[in-house]
Design a protein around this ligand. Structure first.
Ligand SMILES: Nc1nc2c(ncn2[C@@H]2O[C@H](COP(=O)(O)OP(=O)(O)O)[C@@H](O)[C@H]2O)c(=O)[nH]1
Ligand SMILES: [Mg+2]
Ligand SMILES: [Zn+2]
Length: 294
């Protein structure tokens, strides 16, 4: 009997490699696809339209509109990271040394994409973890949920926080993302590698993003570890709002066009000096305006 091949179908991009995409159909078949044309900007977790070109190969013909799109960028390039997520899981640890501004940048990108963010302080078996607590408590005071975890603990507390969401796992190389993924999904073929003690950072092991189904209602998309996270794609006025704790002060400055850099009568700077805003967050704001060329 001849198999019926429908003309147009909708699937989800669960992995990509250059111009090749793995599209999952509604019954979880995996179809190896290429994209039509050269201007397709397809990203992991996009819902795409495709046509079958053979029994297990397809051609992507279009992208459905996205509920969210997370980017990072520098002054020259924008890089789409993932589409249609509703939770960013920002993984941190005290080893490799905690990179505070990278965590902040990830949270800002999530705010700019209007996606909620969860912070995981991983490797809490390391005694130095207590030194990260003031920073973690600051983020908690801003409304970010914090999960403290180490690989010696049951994974259930983290799993509960992920449940029901489409999660994007992101963080510096070496913080333990692949180890977490292996705990969450024992069948995932993510491999962990020893962090080089001599290089102060972890080695890249994940080279591209993959979507994993944790259960019927929970997805997790992993990502390569990163060291840089530019926000040049975020318009200046939105960038200020992405700093949650700046919001009450916006509009309170002496000058209505205040950029909150060094201006006299700046309500944001006053809040920094009064200890209401963490100084490093304001320093990052200044740095981001510099990066964006303002
Ligand atoms: N002490 C400690 N080390 C961990 C923990 N989780 C992962 N690691 C180690 O951290 C290193 C990097 O882990 P990996 O999962 O590859 O990090 P990734 O680069 O973020 O994917 C490995 O040597 C892991 O064994 C943890 O909870 N505690
Ligand atoms: Mg990894
Ligand atoms: Zn100001």
């Amino acid at each position: 009997m001849k198999r019926l091949i429908p003309n147009h179908m909708v699937g989800c991009v669960i992995s990509s490699h250059g111009r090749n995409y793995i599209v999952e159909d509604p019954v979880k078949n995996h179809i190896s696809c290429v994209a039509k044309g050269h201007k397709q900007n397809i990203v992991i977790n996009d819902r795409v339209h495709y046509q079958m070109t053979s029994v297990n190969q397809g051609l992507i013909t279009g992208i459905e509109s996205r509920t969210s799109l997370l980017y990072r960028s520098d002054a020259y390039h924008q890089k789409m990271l993932v589409a249609n997520i509703d939770q960013v899981v920002a993984v941190t640890a005290v080893w490799p040394p905690l990179y505070e501004s990278l965590l902040s940048r990830i949270l800002l990108a999530a705010e700019a994409a209007r996606v909620s963010a969860l912070i995981v302080l991983n490797k809490t078996d390391l005694p130095e973890s207590k030194e990260a607590m003031p920073l973690m408590q600051y983020y908690e005071s801003l409304g970010y949920r914090l999960i403290k975890y180490s690989m010696n603990e049951p994974i259930s507390c983290l799993l509960n926080a992920l449940s029901g969401h489409t999660n994007f796992l992101i963080g510096q190389s070496g913080v333990g993302k692949s180890t977490l993924l292996n705990r969450l999904l024992p069948n995932a073929n993510a491999r962990t590698k020893e962090v080089s003690e001599t290089l102060r950072s972890g080695r890249h092991t994940t080279t591209h993003s993959t979507l994993h189904h944790l259960d019927a209602i929970t997805d997790l998309i992993d990502s390569p570890g990163l060291q840089e996270f530019g926000l040049a794609h975020v318009p200046l006025d939105e960038l200020v709002y992405a700093f949650i704790e700046f919001r009450p002060y916006i509009g309170q400055c002496r000058f209505s066009n205040c950029l909150h850099l060094i201006e006299p009568g700046c309500a944001v700077i006053e809040a920094v000096n009064n200890g209401k805003i963490r100084r490093s967050r304001h320093e990052l704001h200044v740095r981001l305006l510099t990066e964006s060329g303002s």
